[in-house]
Design a protein around this ligand. Structure first.
Ligand SMILES: [Zn+2]
Ligand SMILES: [Zn+2]
Ligand SMILES: [Zn+2]
Length: 145
């Protein structure tokens, strides 16, 4: 019983950390955040709980090319997506601070990019650039010169 209570607290702390963050987090970032609530949390517990949270459908794994896996809270669109209108979203990767942010939009099927006779079934799309923080820091630096 005590064991289960501890697990629930760990899971809640992770979920809150993910939901409170507007971006996708690596397990290490997540562990550090959630430790503010449950100090005994360690990385192997984080991995175990992340698997459980993914099975519940409240956490989504984010795999970007050349990046280690990150995790984010399933967005509201994902949670109330029923049937054929499956919501998917894309990501913005900041090349400066290496943070990853969800973009809840999609440019469409991109059928016209495929060669004639080809059928697009899915796509991955990642934008790379400077996030607002890094962009304004850079603007401030160049203004100072
Ligand atoms: Zn940045
Ligand atoms: Zn979304
Ligand atoms: Zn899309």
């Amino acid at each position: 019983m005590e064991h289960r209570e501890r697990q629930t607290r760990q899971r809640d702390a992770l979920l809150q950390a993910l939901q409170g963050s507007a971006r996708a987090l690596t397990p290490a970032e997540l562990c550090a955040l959630a430790q503010q609530q449950v100090a005994t949390l360690n990385l192997s517990t984080v991995y175990r709980q992340l698997n459980a949270l993914q099975e519940l459908g409240v956490v989504t794994r984010v795999e970007l090319p050349g990046q280690s896996a990150r995790f984010e809270a399933a967005c509201a669109h994902q949670q109330d997506a029923h049937g054929d209108e499956e919501h998917h979203h894309h990501h913005f990767h900041c090349t400066q601070c290496d943070r990853v942010f969800p973009i809840h939009a999609c440019p469409g099927t991109m059928d016209e990019l495929a060669p004639p006779g080809f059928q697009v079934q899915r796509h991955d799309l990642t934008l790379h650039g400077l996030c607002a923080d890094c962009g304004s820091a850079q603007a401030a630096r160049s203004a100072a010169c």
